[in-house]
Design a protein around this ligand. Structure first.
Ligand code: PGA
Length: 262
């Protein structure tokens, strides 16, 4: 399937790291190293850049990043509009601070905070009805890969997401993140990643048609770094990356952006 129409996306996921005091120096170094300037923001069309920041950092991240054309995302949202949900944040609250993107269903949310396919689905639906772009995460555990169930697990997670997105599948971004590769330093090989990305795109094609499948972006996540990003991006169905550890380091993440430019 042609890759030319899909704009690459390099997304950092800071997880539970950084404070507001870190941000000015981070963006100064990152933008300098990546060769980004405020005047070139609108034309930095070769690649889209995003940081998924903790809630306490969203406003300042957006303030510093937006002038360079960089998006800011939340890492999670609640699917209800408001009410007695202590500790949760709604999509309206995100928009209130100027944020229009969020991660949904990251494996750490699924693993440590008991998010099920059903919860993830409700969050996808809520994002799309609120004008928030979800980066929908999925991926198999080590045990699932070793028992040969990678495809069935990925298909189950993906169908929950696609069904929830309904007629707006073209508005989501998918992130394939094999759980065994996250934070372990053991990235999937580009061939392993491409196999699953191709599989995901084929399911999207079956469910939502060839046009949407050829346009939807599928990011790879799991120990992506400046050393392996070029090889990962050389695969026809890999359209960018969701980057944890390496996105905390401005110079390394800038290198990843540079290598991702077409
Ligand atoms: P990692 O995390 O790059 O540190 O493996 C990726 C992610 O969890 O999004």
């Amino acid at each position: 399937m042609a890759t030319s129409t899909r704009r690459r996306l390099m997304a950092g996921n800071w997880k539970m790291n950084k404070t507001n005091a870190d941000l000015s120096a981070f963006f100064e170094a990152f933008c300098r190293e990546a060769g980004l300037s405020k005047s070139s923001a609108a034309s930095s069309s070769e690649i889209e850049i995003l940081f998924a920041a903790p809630f306490t950092l969203l406003s300042k991240t957006n303030e510093l990043a937006a002038p360079f054309g960089i998006h800011t995302a939340a890492q999670n949202i609640h699917f209800e509009e408001n009410g007695a949900f202590t500790g949760e944040t709604s999509t309206t609250m995100l928009k209130d601070v100027g944020i229009h993107w969020t991660l949904v269903g990251h494996s750490e949310r699924r693993q440590y905070f008991a998010e099920s396919d059903e919860t993830v689905a409700k969050k996808i639906t809520k994002c799309l009805s609120s004008g928030i772009t979800p980066i929908a995460c999925l991926g198999e555990t080590r045990a699932e890969r070793e028992s040969g169930t990678t495809e069935s697990v990925v298909e189950r997670q993906l169908l929950a997401i696609l069904n929830a997105a309904s007629t707006q599948v073209e508005k989501i971004v998918i992130a394939y993140e094999p759980v065994w590769a996250i934070g372990t330093g053991l990235a999937a090989t580009s061939a392993q990643a491409q196999d699953v990305h191709r599989f995901i795109r084929a399911i999207v094609a079956k469910k939502s048609g060839e046009k949407i499948a050829s346009e939807i972006r599928i990011l790879y996540g799991g120990s992506a770094n400046a050393a392996n990003i070029a090889e990962l991006l050389s695969q026809p169905d890999i359209d960018g990356a969701l980057v944890g550890g390496a996105s905390l380091k401005p110079a390394e993440f800038a290198q990843m952006v540079i290598k991702g430019r077409r």
